[in-house]
Design a protein. Structure first.
Length: 407
């Protein structure tokens, strides 16, 4: 079997991270404080995170969606403003998103190879991997996956096509991404009926006009068909109701098709380049458990706020580094017997309370999220009938975290 070689190719296992459970979020207070979360976010380098997860999750993950950097050699910014004109990018309020910049192709290939190798270990015997790339590196990735999974376990090359402006004038506009789909073995999940789509109106008219249209075979037109291996979904830039401002965010419909086809309710789904959190959101929406990781706080925060808005089951947030001291009360609060209220004119993008702070794990009982498009953040949160030490945490629009403890 041919394999790809590069300077610095290293198959040795990485050093695992030391994981600390920093927060358990109970959206809307559900299950607080005792409910055990079955889904988790990890803030840290996903290579060390996955290595740390091996003792618990080797062979346990049913589906992995991987959307790594594409080898574009660009730096991506996140939008944090509201009500901005999408046609005037020079006026957008921006902050750091993530970096897709490499000293060499060798460095990128080792980055990808090391992580794909761990994903292979973590996948269940009947598990499936979807690797999402584009023209920059998908050809190299196909060889890496053949080496790790075996070419016999290649399932699909899916083309996600979309529309949008392009600066290219010397070639055809590049308007598709590639998803390489590999299984761990022959007994993989594929729920064809869960992802059927209606036949095109042209097909319906053709069969209505002639019984011989299908060379003697008449499909169940009312049942619909399994999609081909090319998918059209609009990019998130055109889906204003989904847009979080996080760069290269993927549309919910894309992840929904993947999850419905290749996992079942109750399954464990993972996304170790979680970015804006679309995989975690769709997994929770459809009754799957999830593991999601990212090295960017902006990504973890965006994912957290989307899950809170969705009112998902409880989930944990883990850190790979000791938590930074947060006792910097940038906001003022007023406390009563049953509520806590935000008093400042300057508002955070997110704030939450733990009414029984133990000094170690923050158990978020109530949360307030700044609406994406317009409107005010909730300034008052309800307290439970009985409480201990009250801890409040807030995140500014720019991403600064603060904490305040009220006895």
């Amino acid at each position: 079997m041919p394999s790809l070689h590069w300077n610095g190719k290293d198959p040795s296992p990485p050093q695992p991270a030391s994981l600390t459970l920093d927060t358990i979020i109970h959206p809307g207070g559900a299950g607080w404080p005792a409910a055990t979360p079955h889904s988790h976010l990890y803030h840290g380098d996903n290579l060390a995170v996955m290595a740390a997860l091996l003792p618990t999750y080797t062979g346990q993950i049913n589906l992995i969606y991987a959307d790594p950097p594409f080898y574009t050699n660009r730096h991506f910014s996140a939008r944090i403003g509201r009500g901005e004109d999408s046609r005037k990018p020079r006026e957008w309020q921006l902050t750091a998103g993530y970096t897709d910049h490499w000293d060499s192709l060798d460095d990128y290939l080792q980055f990808l190879y090391a992580r794909l190798s761990l994903m292979h270990h973590l996948l269940a015997p009947g598990g499936t991997l979807y690797l999402h790339l584009d023209w920059h590196a998908d050809a190299y990735a196909r060889l890496l996956l053949d080496e790790l999974f075996g070419p016999e376990n290649f399932l699909n090359e899916i083309i996600w096509t979309y529309h949008g402006p392009s600066p290219i004038r010397s070639a055809f506009n590049r308007k598709h991404d590639t998803l390489l789909v590999y299984t761990k073995g022959p007994d993989y999940t594929f729920n064809a009926d869960a992802v059927r789509i209606p036949y095109d109106q042209t097909t319906l008219k053709t069969f209505a006009a002639s019984r011989k249209a299908g060379f003697g075979k008449i499909p169940d037109l009312a049942r619909g068909k399994v999609p081909e291996d090319w998918w059209y979904f609009p990019v998130v830039a055109r889906l204003h109701n989904e847009r979080t401002g996080y760069p290269t965010q993927k549309p919910e419909a894309l992840l929904e098709r993947i999850l419905l086809a290749s996992s079942n309710p109750g399954d464990l789904v993972a996304d170790f380049f979680c970015g804006s959190g679309t995989t975690a959101l769709i997994a929770a929406r459809h009754g799957r458990r999830f593991l999601a990781a990212d090295g960017s706080f902006r990504a973890i925060h965006t994912t957290r706020t989307r899950l809170v808005r969705e009112n998902t089951p409880p989930f944990g947030i883990w850190l790979t580094q000791p938590p930074q001291p947060l006792d910097k009360p940038a906001y003022h609060f007023q406390l009563s017997a049953s509520t806590v209220s935000l008093c400042d004119e300057t508002i955070p993008s997110y704030w939450e309370i733990d009414p029984a702070w133990d000094g170690q794990t923050f158990r978020s009982y109530a949360q307030a999220v700044l609406p994406l498009r317009a409107g005010e953040i909730t300034r008052k949160l309800e307290l439970p009938p009985e409480r201990g030490n009250l801890c409040l945490r807030a995140v500014s629009v720019g991403g600064e975290q603060t904490q305040l403890i009220l006895k």
